[in-house]
Design a protein around this ligand. Structure first.
Ligand SMILES: [Zn+2]
Length: 104
C-alpha cells in the first residue's frame, strides 16, 4: 500500500517539471517521465533550459508585441516606427480601433 502512495506522490511531483517544460514549449510527457524517475535533476534541468522559438514567439505575442514586416524584430503593437530598422510600420487594424475607442 505504501508503494502505491509513493508512486502516486512521485507522479504528482513529476507534474511540476512537466508544467514548467510545457510553458517553455517543450514536450510535457517527456518531462513528466524524466521528473518521475529523476525529480531533483529534472527540476534543476527544466529551470535552466531555455524557451523554444515557438514559445518565445507566443510569449511575445501575448505581451502585445508583433514582428516588424521589414526586419522581423519584435516591436510594440502600437508602434508607428520600428525601433530597430527605423521604417514606418502600419499598426494592425484591431489596435487602431482600440486606440480610437479609448481616446475621448
Ligand atoms: Zn524593423
Amino acid at each position: 500500500m505504501e508503494i502505491f502512495i509513493l508512486i502516486v506522490f512521485m507522479g504528482l511531483l513529476a507534474l511540476i517539471p512537466a508544467r514548467i517544460a510545457a510553458s517553455k514549449g517543450r514536450d510535457p510527457g517527456v518531462w513528466w517521465f524524466y521528473g518521475f524517475f529523476l525529480f531533483i535533476i529534472a527540476i534543476i534541468h527544466v529551470a535552466l533550459v531555455s524557451d523554444t522559438v515557438g514559445a518565445t514567439e507566443q510569449k511575445a505575442v501575448a505581451a502585445g508585441n508583433l514582428k516588424c514586416p521589414h526586419c522581423a524584430e519584435w516591436i510594440k503593437r502600437e508602434a508607428k516606427v520600428c525601433r530597430h530598422c527605423g521604417r514606418d510600420v502600419e499598426p494592425p487594424a484591431g489596435s487602431a480601433m482600440r486606440a480610437t475607442a479609448v481616446s475621448p
